[in-house]
Design a protein. Structure first.
Length: 233
């Protein structure tokens, strides 16, 4: 009989132990609960949870073992797929074209094409420098020089004698009048004194003291001949 009572007591004690052991195992110390609250102090304070209230619930087993998540505003934004994916490397040709598009600016900055391509391929080269803007005309225009004072002269310069006007048929005072008479012929300048005529390539053409413009076909009938040292144009 005694042995039977002892057996029943042992069974009852074992049953009580099974129910109380998990509860005792889950109960945390005050220090552990305080450390949990402090580990997420900012989140707990923003949620209005004091350390004392947290410890009481933690000790009673009402608080989850994991710390509360921070508000959505405090969480770091997930990295975008574009940022996570590395930018593809540029080809040598693309880098060369970038350098050549701003060749003047790169040369002025001392950046050679080879060095630019190496950095561009490695992803180090920044955007090509913008071409230097051309200075405005107002900034570069030089002030017009003041007109030079006319030199004082004691005697009036001798006037160049004007060629004599035509006096005979077929002779004209202007080259245009002679060309109007013979559009298909060569216009010459006849020296009325020497009876020699000159072509337009000669320095005497239109500049002798006495002369006129004529069509070459009319010179022979008027008694004029071509200068020996001139060639027909």
């Amino acid at each position: 009989m005694r042995q039977h009572i002892l057996s029943m007591l042992a069974v009852a004690f074992a049953s009580v132990s099974l129910f109380t052991a998990p509860a005792l195992a889950q109960q945390k110390t005050v220090k552990a609960c305080q450390e949990e609250w402090r580990a997420n102090k900012a989140a707990n304070q923003s949620a209005g949870i004091t350390e004392k209230a947290y410890v009481e619930k933690c000790r009673a087993g009402a608080v989850a073992t994991t710390a509360p998540q921070a508000p959505a505003a405090a969480r770091p934004a997930p990295a975008s797929p574009a940022a996570a994916t590395a930018a593809p490397k540029k080809t040598v040709k693309a880098c060369q074209e970038e350098w050549r598009a701003n060749k003047a600016a790169n040369q002025a900055a001392g950046v050679t094409e080879k060095a630019y391509v190496e950095k561009c391929r490695a992803g180090v080269a920044a955007a090509a420098p913008a071409p230097t803007p051309a200075p405005s005309p107002a900034a570069t225009a030089k002030p017009a020089p003041a007109p030079a004072a006319a030199p004082k002269t004691t005697a009036a310069p001798s006037a160049v004698p004007a060629p004599a006007r035509a006096t005979a048929a077929g002779e004209f005072a202007t080259e245009a009048q002679a060309k109007a008479r013979c559009p298909g012929d060569t216009v010459v300048w006849v020296n009325l004194e020497s009876k020699i005529y000159h072509y337009s390539s000669n320095r005497n053409y239109g500049h002798t003291k006495s002369g006129a413009y004529m069509c070459e076909k009319d010179t022979a009938a008027a008694g004029f001949r071509a200068a020996k040292n001139e060639k027909h144009p």
